[in-house]
Design a protein around this ligand. Structure first.
Ligand SMILES: Cc1cc2nc3c(=O)[nH]c(=O)nc-3n(C[C@H](O)[C@H](O)[C@H](O)COP(=O)(O)O)c2cc1C
Length: 155
């Protein structure tokens, strides 16, 4: 049985460097998910994560158990688990999308200034996922030089 599980969370601000964390999370995710036929997307903006995980129910649920206990984030908001017939993010073991105007616009239309995962409800999820499906994947950039040019786009 295939399911789709989505949640939002708040990044633990006491955690390490953001770029290092994102790289580590994506490396672990792509390795494990690739081996276990898990697919999905991770979005990060304004100190919040939004993630969609798709795959076999038992694997997704046990992975989510580990993710919930991960000290790199907290205040997890879990959305309704959906049974699905097909995988939407089949091209990505974990697509990464960084703060983008389409998602900001989506939240503007809900009446918020920017990405506010707490405002999401189950009915909004499909529209948000469609935006994330269409959006280009972002490469997490390493810090460049002393002025850390590479991280400006996350701020
Ligand atoms: C926001 C976020 C998303 C994550 N997504 C995944 C994922 O898709 N797949 C994965 O294997 N680990 C993911 N992780 C890492 C897991 O939380 C955890 O580190 C990993 O499953 C190893 O767990 P273990 O040390 O208990 O074996 C994510 C972590 C965070 C903070």
């Amino acid at each position: 049985m295939l399911i789709r599980l989505c949640y939002a969370s708040t990044r633990n601000e006491l955690a390490n460097d953001l770029i290092e964390d994102l790289n580590a999370i994506l490396n672990t995710a792509r390795d494990f998910n690739g081996k276990n036929k898990i697919f999905g997307v991770l979005y990060y903006a304004n100190n919040h994560f939004f993630q969609c995980l798709e795959g076999e129910r038992s694997i997704v649920q046990s992975l989510f158990h580990s993710i919930k206990n991960d000290a790199r984030h907290n205040s997890i908001i879990e959305f309704e688990i959906m049974n699905i017939d097909k995988i939407s993010f089949k091209n990505w073991s974990m697509k990464y999308v960084q703060k983008c105007s389409k998602v900001d616009l989506f939240f503007n239309q809900l009446g918020y200034d920017s990405f506010t995962p707490a405002a999401l409800n189950n009915a909004h999820l499909n529209s948000l996922l469609n935006e994330l499906l269409k959006e280009k994947q972002t490469r997490v950039r390493k810090k460049v030089g002393l002025n850390q040019r590479g991280i400006s786009s996350f701020l």
